[in-house]
Ligand binder design. Structure first.
Ligand SMILES: [Zn+2]
Length: 197
């Protein structure tokens, strides 16, 4: 485990978290971000109850992909299970950004997919974004297959919406994954406005 590499990943994590907060795709203490430690079966994840804007080098949690906490204050985010299972299934994914973005949540309440209706979304997203209906407030073993079915055979769905809950975007570098979450929210906002015009 290389401390210099982990510290650099933490800096990228904090940068993406602050950006998500400042752009308004996450308020309060909701949402979570994680970054895989390449080659180590570990990840960094936001602590539970901490705002994106209050993530620090000391409080970001380092855990194994089996859920054992290695360092960091507090408890890992409640959605750590979702993050771990996606990383275990797909080696091409190195960061995950989940946020309770309001336009995306509004769209998810009545729709089954978010279409790539803008030219930029068509370029970046390629596929429609599915809305996945998870009944419980936190994803557990009972319902994880509703999500993991999109990540078998090393196919990478870049993002999905959780009905009434928010965006999950996946990718390589965390800043790019955060940009993707912003794009999903922009697309959802335009889709909502388009529907009422
Ligand atoms: Zn959430």
């Amino acid at each position: 485990m290389d401390k210099l590499i982990i510290d650099e990943l933490k800096r990228e994590f904090i940068d993406a978290a602050k950006r998500a907060y400042n752009t308004g795709i996450q308020t309060g203490t909701g949402g979570n971000i994680s970054v895989r430690i390449s080659g180590e079966d570990m990840m960094l994840i936001k602590p539970s109850g901490i705002s994106f804007t209050d993530c620090t080098m000391d409080n970001i949690i380092l855990t194994t992909l089996d859920g054992q906490v290695i360092e960091g204050d507090g408890k890992p985010s409640r959605e750590a299970y979702l993050h771990r299972e996606i990383y275990k299934l797909n080696n091409n994914i190195n960061s995950i950004v989940h946020c309770h973005a309001p336009w995306s949540i509004a769209w998810s309440l009545r729709e089954k997919v978010l279409d790539t209706i803008t030219q930029h979304a068509k370029l970046k997203l390629v596929n429609q974004i599915p809305v996945i209906d998870i009944i419980k407030p936190v994803i557990t073993e009972d319902e994880i297959d509703k999500i993991l079915c999109y990540y078998t055979n090393n196919t990478v769905l870049k993002a999905f919406l959780l009905k009434g809950h928010g965006i999950v975007a996946v990718g390589d570098k965390v800043r790019e994954t955060e940009y993707l979450a912003e794009l999903i929210e922009e697309t959802a906002q335009i889709s909502c406005i388009d529907r009422i015009m």
